[in-house]
Design a protein around this ligand. Structure first.
Ligand code: CA
Length: 235
């Protein structure tokens, strides 16, 4: 059973990687395994992932450096990150969380526990975030919301959205004209409040607007309310 959830694993020890691969594939997740930091960077720059699992010590660098870089990139700032390390020292744990990791699992770990922690992170992020009950056609509008597939269609055509763009659009559609502050959007889409992410929201709103325009939607359907936030008029 595949549920299509995309996981990137950065881990250089083959035995650990294959244990994790077995456990997550049994859950229906799709795993991309990278043994080197540079492989992981290449994969992460080419497409979105739902969750990243990072080892700390890699032959060509540190998973913590990658963690910090992911947090500062607009496309990856909200990506759930779980750090995995053989070193269970408090310092590593604190460093990992300070650099923006969402959770930390020390080796040796049970695959069952790791998968449970991954599921918890995924629930907190867009895919499982309780955005409300709106599903299917949005009343009096050309939008159709498919939560299961995390897709939004406009006039019957699926919009090519990233995970975060989908989260923003689904939230705004759900609000039906309600104004969401940037903080509220961050909370709804990223599942937590993170400091200094206002610009990240603006960046995603900008790309979302341009995709809506490309699909033929009214370019002003997402309204900016100066000093307040955004709303969407779904007509
Ligand atoms: Ca390692």
């Amino acid at each position: 059973m595949r549920d299509g959830t995309q996981i990137l694993l950065l881990e250089d020890e083959p035995a650990i990687a294959s244990t994790i691969a077995f456990a997550v594939q049994r859950e229906g997740f799709v795993l991309t395994h990278c043994p080197l930091v540079r492989d992981a960077r290449r994969e992460l720059s080419s497409r979105p992932f739902d969750l990243v699992v990072l080892d700390v010590g890699l032959p060509d660098g540190s998973g913590l450096d990658l963690c910090r870089d992911l947090r500062s990139g607009p496309e990856t700032a909200g990506m759930p990150i779980l750090v995995l390390s053989a070193r269970s020292e408090e310092l590593d744990r604190v460093l990992g969380l300070e650099l923006g990791a969402d959770d930390y699992v020390a080796k040796p770990f049970s695959p069952r526990e790791l998968v449970a922690r991954m599921r918890a992170l995924l629930r907190r992020s867009v895919s499982g975030h309780p955005l409300g009950r709106l599903e299917g056609r949005v009343p009096d509008s050309p939008f159709v919301l498919d939560r299961e597939g995390q897709r939004v269609s406009f006039r019957g055509v699926a919009l090519p959205l990233t995970r975060l763009e989908y989260g923003l659009l689904a939230t705004l559609l759900q609000g039906n004209g309600r104004i969401y502050s940037r903080d509220k959007l961050i909370e709804a889409v990223w599942g937590q409040t993170v400091d200094s992410m206002d610009r990240t929201v603006d960046t995603h709103i900008k790309t979302l607007r341009s995709k809506l325009r490309d699909a033929g939607a009214d370019k002003d359907c997402i309204v900016t309310h100066r000093g307040m936030g955004y709303s969407l008029v779904a007509r």
